[in-house]
Design a binder for this molecule. Structure first.
Ligand code: ADP
Length: 444
């Protein structure tokens, strides 16, 4: 059994994991960089270890420092959160070799699904619909051209090792391909250490719908319904909700079935997300994320489950607590990512938070590690809080969202709050008539 968990992360997710551990009576160890000495996750954990300077590469991405911290403190498990080392199969492997329980899937599953081209092949093999595209990476421009002509423009080039909305290039026509191929490859090489790119048909007005799945070591894999993550900027999610206003129970069942099929094929254990694009009534596999997601609270709110506690249980070898049979989503939930950034240009805006007051009241949850006088360091992600609202239906949820955003006070840094507030007044958003290109022509 797990008794002490080291959290290899920072910010709100580190805090979220500490909360789950506290409820389960487990001890916690925080690791932190020199820039995060005053961070809340350090204050809340039972023990803390400084693992290096501010730069992530030398701290939150340093496998040897994190493993050493686990050994010094006698931790017996590691929770990686999301981002940083969460999808690094080598890290999971080393943790296991050192006798530490990695709270996540197996290194093999992380490796297989982390290669987006291989994951696509795997999806196809297990009968999950994929978009037309290349079989594996394309090595030359002429190969990319041949595939693109066969499937028809527009196409999208994607880095096989990509993530976080990076390493993608859209090509509207043949003339764009050469330039896009070269930049996508060099960008991918620089960002992810692999220049491999593959070609996929580009959908013009899709919705991003993902399925939360969970597997245990007894071999049970279940789907916990969908999250709609269609509102994005630069391919990065801004607002997530569950259920999706575009999904019928029939489609939900089909997507859930497809996601479970794929996870069964790779014998998946722990929390995972299968991302799909959905357009004109059809869905297509896009990628799998082998970790807890930023937007997991949305699913927690409509299923009344604690996904982080479930992760820890499963990692301890215990079966999932969810009942057998069909999962019904109850009510409606939305999450707004509050970033410290200019809401118009999206330029990050780190600095001191001079005033900080979180809204409360019925149906409101705020996951954050920020506080008054906290100095947001410039070295990490700009997300400083997640506002999650819940209601009996979508209308009540949006009303609570407007009310909570109006009462959320953050002064000293610019945030995305005004942008979220404007989106909640947009007639297309209110109707649920959206695509991933929503922000391209959003005026406010
Ligand atoms: P990442 O792993 O970097 O997040 P994804 O493959 O999940 O990349 O894609 C991120 C976003 O890019 C999607 O949510 C969608 O908005 C857009 N996208 C990806 N593939 C396509 C496609 N074939 N057609 C249209 N949009 C796409």
């Amino acid at each position: 059994m797990i008794s002490k968990v080291l959290i290899a992360n920072r910010g709100e997710i580190a805090l979220r994991i500490i909360l789950a551990c506290k409820e389960m009576g487990l001890k916690t160890v925080a690791v932190h960089s020199e820039a995060d000495r005053d961070a809340l996750h350090v204050k809340y954990a039972d023990e803390d270890v400084c693992i290096g300077p501010a730069a992530s590469r030398q701290s939150y991405l340093s496998i040897s420092s994190i493993i050493a911290a686990a050994e010094i403190t006698g931790a017996d498990a590691i929770h990686p959160g999301y981002g940083f080392l969460a999808e690094n199969s080598h890290f999971a492997e080393i943790a296991n070799e050192c006798g530490l329980t990695f709270i996540g899937p197996t290194p093999e599953a992380i490796r297989l699904m982390g290669d987006k081209a291989k994951a696509r092949e795997m999806a196809k093999k297990s009968g999950v619909p994929i978009l037309p595209g290349s079989e594996g990476p394309v090595k030359t421009h002429s190969e990319a051209l041949e595939v693109s002509r066969a499937i028809g423009f527009p196409v999208i080039l994607k880095a096989a090792a990509g993530g976080g909305g990076r390493g993608m290039r859209i090509c509207a026509a043949e003339g764009d391909l050469q330039g896009a191929f070269d930049t996508a490859r060099s960008e991918a090489d620089r960002a992810f250490g692999s220049a491999d790119v593959y070609v996929e048909k580009y959908l013009e007005h899709p919705r991003h719908i993902e399925i939360q799945i969970f597997g245990d070591t007894q071999g049970r894999i279940i789907s916990l319904g969908e999250r709609e993550c269609t509102i994005q900027r630069r391919h990065q999610k801004l607002i997530e909700e569950s259920p999706s206003p575009a999904i019928t129970q029939d489609i939900r069942d089909q997507m859930g079935q497809a996601a479970v099929q794929l996870c069964e094929a790779v014998k998946y254990v722990n929390a995972g997300t299968i991302e799909f694009l959905f357009q004109d009534g059809a869905f297509y596999f896009m990628e799998m994320n082998t970790r807890i997601q930023v937007e997991h609270p949305v699913t927690e709110e409509v299923t009344s489950l604690d996904l982080v506690k479930e992760q820890i249980r499963v990692a301890s070898g215990l079966p999932l607590t969810m009942p057998n049979g069909h999962f019904r989503l109850r009510g409606h939930a939305m999450e707004f990512r509050i970033n410290a950034e200019d809401p118009v240009t999206f330029a990050p805006n780190p600095g001191r938070i001079r005033e900080f007051h979180v809204p409360g009241g019925p149906g409101v949850r705020v996951d954050t590690a920020a506080y008054r006088d906290y100095i947001i360091p410039p070295h990490y992600d700009s997300m400083i809080a997640k506002l999650i609202v819940k209601g009996k239906d979508r209308e009540e949820t949006m009303a609570r969202g407007r009310r909570a955003l109006d009462l959320f006070i953050i002064e000293g840094v610019k945030t995305s709050i005004p942008l979220h507030r404007a989106i909640l007044d947009d007639p297309r958003f209110i109707r649920g008539d959206i695509s991933t290109r929503f922000m391209e022509d959003f005026e406010w």
